[in-house]
Design a protein around this ligand. Structure first.
Ligand code: ZN
Ligand code: ZN
Ligand code: FE
Length: 757
């Protein structure tokens, strides 16, 4: 018997080739009716025999396009309308409704085979794309997502492209960035003087890279600086010009086999590398590989990604197996995106510029991820992920959470969506700050969000805080940094009840005005209560101490040995000039520019310097990272510590550990052993403190939530995870959202939401 079925399909079903898929599927089932994009999702009406409709329904789920993700399919049976054919109806919109906007998607298999097919009209065309792949977020200026609202607006499609665009069965039906060599963008090579005359700019660029040049390459979300990672001289040159002494560079490898010649790759890592989101994945380096040791010095891991645009595939075609691909900027400034901007700002960095004339509307850095305990873990959630929201288990009021200062992201919420922005970066200069303000505005427009409250970090000097406080006539909600870390982890794990929260990181402004960073609390979204922390210690020189770990080493020696600490026999004190030691001693004694801190990051710094790993750093967290890298595996010993009762809040005193480390150094115990024992000590005192809090304050819950930059440390986190499990705790860590400050904005949003209700 014939009937009419009406479907409403929700999920990621727009801008992913879903309507052509439905059109073809309906045709092949000889069903009549229509398909329509609306702000609720995709509506379909189809008429036919019941069994045929049943098969159609199953195939919608089974054969959906690769980028589609179906949350729900609702079906309703209605009287026949007697449709005569199957059509795609024009979209219906509502100006306050919004759709999920796709992130940029790596080149798909079909496009890739066209790219290398000499008979195809897009043979070696660096901008080919289709409904299943190509730029999205970075070229969209407004919604609905149509060509006139993208930076493809100025390219008028040629008749061939136009025909594909209008043909419902074509892979390029309504592919907004559709282009070909006749009508689309093109690349040009420049040197410092101007355009370089050549027929094949990409081949020429490959040759120049092979010769050791540094080239600025315009990509999807900004410029990369590229050079040959197998060429020591080229990498060295790039380091010198970028003033980046040690911080690891990411590489882009030609294909999976090439990656495997550099690194160990597990099944999960392979999947992550090959996902359409194409993040940089941190992989364990093989002891022998062709990559220059200057790419990631003193690091056991290498950040690797696979090509994600046609241009990348062409660059990595025959002669180059990999490229260093690092952000085209000077230190932590925003990425360069415009051609002229790149020529101006990157002229001291690059020898050549591979430019193109498709504008980047929104810059977007590469994402960084790793696999932990067989699951993907985000370190930087950006290209390929943003602006897809992180979906929560509960509905949110409309809120803007401004995020932290370093590794900034902001977050806007609506319904059950948390639109966490792409990586904005460090808000420490006017350029970054104006980029930030523009991006906030852009997200508000795209997702039609009108915040009723603004959440911000308590640190009065953060530019994100100043931005929040510049608003009038709107509710402003200040949120403690580590509470936000814990709430972020709770939210992504769908936990609402009170938990034991452990937040370890470098710096966060405390409710008492001190610098927090190793915090134990019971918390829910409404509030938190701090029960324990690392014992306060002087941070000699304030911010300077984070850059010069020896300062914290001296401060810990002072705490452990008293004011005559400078008389003890340990390599650090022999290494440092007396006047440096005296200065630190004096500023601690006189309490000059030496605020109190319970920072976990600074404890890593102290130990790293004490054992001679690093006294001064050239990038954030370097001393801690290098300390982790040398830790010997399978060590069970640890050091002593004390948990002391002080004014309602327990203090973890590690003076005993510092004294034992000095002893181990004098006994010539290896640095790897000392590092392992140090990590084990941390895991021990965190576990013991959690047990203690569980017994005294939180009988109802057995959940421990871990968040903060310190938990990027694999050695510590894995050890701690297992120990807590053994004690019967359920342990939650961050995965979809970074555990570092990139995840703060989500926590701020959910806490603010709680305060509004
Ligand atoms: Zn494609
Ligand atoms: Zn064309
Ligand atoms: Fe933090």
């Amino acid at each position: 018997m014939k009937t009419r079925a009406r479907f409403l399909i929700k999920g990621i079903v727009q801008g992913v080739g879903f309507r052509p898929f439905i059109y073809n599927l309906a045709r092949s089932h000889k069903l009549n009716g229509w398909v329509l994009n609306s702000t609720d999702g995709v509506y379909i009406e189809a008429e036919g025999e019941k069994e045929v409709l049943g098969d159609f329904t199953q195939q919608i789920q089974r054969k959906a396009p690769p980028l589609a993700s179906i949350d729900s399919v609702d079906v309703e049976y209605l009287p026949l309308e007697n449709y005569r054919d199957f059509v795609i109806k024009p979209s219906s919109g509502d100006k306050d409704k919004y759709i999920k906007i796709s992130p940029d998607v790596c080149t798909c298999k079909d496009c890739l085979s066209e790219l290398f097919d000499p008979k195809d009209r897009r043979y070696r065309y660096p901008f080919l794309n289709c409904t299943n792949c190509g730029p999205r977020f970075t070229i969209i200026q407004d919604i609905p997502y149509d060509r006139p609202k993208t930076t493809m607006r100025d390219f008028k499609m040629c008749p061939d492209c136009q025909a594909e665009y209008e043909d419902p069965v074509n892979r390029r039906f309504h592919a907004q960035p559709n282009a070909c060599p006749v009508c689309g963008p093109s690349v040009k090579l420049f040197d410092l003087k101007g355009p370089v005359k050549c027929d094949e700019p990409i081949m020429k660029a490959v040759k120049l890279l092979k010769e050791g040049n540094v080239i600025a390459v315009k990509g999807l979300g900004g410029f990369h600086l590229a050079c040959d990672p197998e060429n020591d001289e080229a990498v060295k040159l790039m380091r010198e010009r970028k003033h980046r002494t040690h911080k690891p560079f990411a590489i882009m490898a030609k294909d999976l086999d090439t990656v495997k010649s550099y690194c160990l790759v597990t099944e999960e890592e392979k999947e992550l590398l090959q996902s359409y989101r194409r993040p940089i994945v941190l992989l364990e380096k093989l002891p022998q590989c062709n990559i220059s040791s200057l790419v990631a010095p003193n690091n056991n891991y290498l950040g690797v990604m696979l090509p994600y645009t046609p241009l990348h595939y062409l660059l990595l075609d025959d002669q180059l197996s990999a490229l260093v691909m690092t952000s085209g900027n000077i230190s932590e400034e925003p990425l360069a995106v415009d051609n002229q901007e790149a020529l101006d700002r990157l002229s001291g960095l690059a020898d050549y510029f591979l430019l193109h004339n498709r504008d980047i509307y929104m810059r977007c850095d590469d994402s960084v991820a790793k696999v932990e305990r067989n699951q993907a873990v985000m370190i930087r959630r950006s290209r390929g992920y943003a602006p897809y929201p992180v979906d929560l288990d509960f509905s949110m009021k409309q809120i803007l959470a401004c995020g932290p200062e370093l590794k900034n992201t902001f977050c806007l919420t609506k319904d059950n969506h948390a639109f966490i922005s792409h990586h904005i970066g460090d808000l420490q200069n006017e350029e970054a700050f104006s980029y930030y303000r523009n991006a906030v505005q852009h997200y508000k427009n795209m997702f039609r969000i009108h915040p009723e409250a603004i959440a911000y970090d308590l640190h009065p000097d953060y530019l994100s805080t100043k931005y929040a406080l510049s608003h009038e006539d709107i509710k402003l909600i200040g949120i403690q940094h580590h509470h936000a870390h814990i709430a972020s982890c709770m939210a992504e794990n769908g936990i609402k009840e009170k938990v034991i929260g452990v937040s370890c990181d470098g710096t966060g402004y405390g409710s008492d005005g001190k610098i927090w960073g190793c915090e134990f609390m019971t918390a829910d979204f409404a509030d938190f209560q701090r029960h324990a922390h690392l014992k306060y210690i002087h941070l000699p020189g304030g911010d300077k101490a984070a850059k010069e770990p020896y300062r914290m080493a001296l401060s810990y020696l002072y705490q452990a040995f008293g004011q005559d600490f400078d008389k003890i026999d340990t390599p650090l004190l022999h290494r440092l000039e007396d006047k440096k030691i005296d200065l630190i001693k004096q500023i601690i004694q006189k309490d000059i520019n030496s605020p109190m801190t319970s920072s976990c990051g600074r404890l890593f710094d102290a130990v790293s310097s004490l054992i001679g790993i690093r006294d001064a750093i050239t990038y954030e967290a370097q001393a801690a990272i290098e300390l982790e890298m040398i830790a010997s595996p399978d060590v069970s010993q640890s050091y002593i510590y004390n948990i002391e009762n002080a004014d309602d809040c327990f203090n973890i005193n590690v003076s005993g550990m510092i004294r034992e480390i000095i002893h181990d150094l004098n006994q010539n115990l290896s640095k790897g052993m000392i590092s392992a024992k140090f990590h084990n000590t941390l895991a021990n005192f965190i576990t013991e403190t959690c047990k203690f809090i569980g017994q005294n304050w939180n009988n109802e819950s057995d959940k421990v939530v871990l968040s903060g930059g310190t938990f990027q440390n694999r050695y510590l986190t894995n050890k701690l995870y297992n120990q807590l499990k053994k004690q019967g705790f359920k342990v939650y860590t961050q995965k979809r959202v970074p555990t570092n400050d990139g995840g703060i904005s989500l926590g701020q949003a959910v806490i603010a939401n709680q305060q509004l209700s």
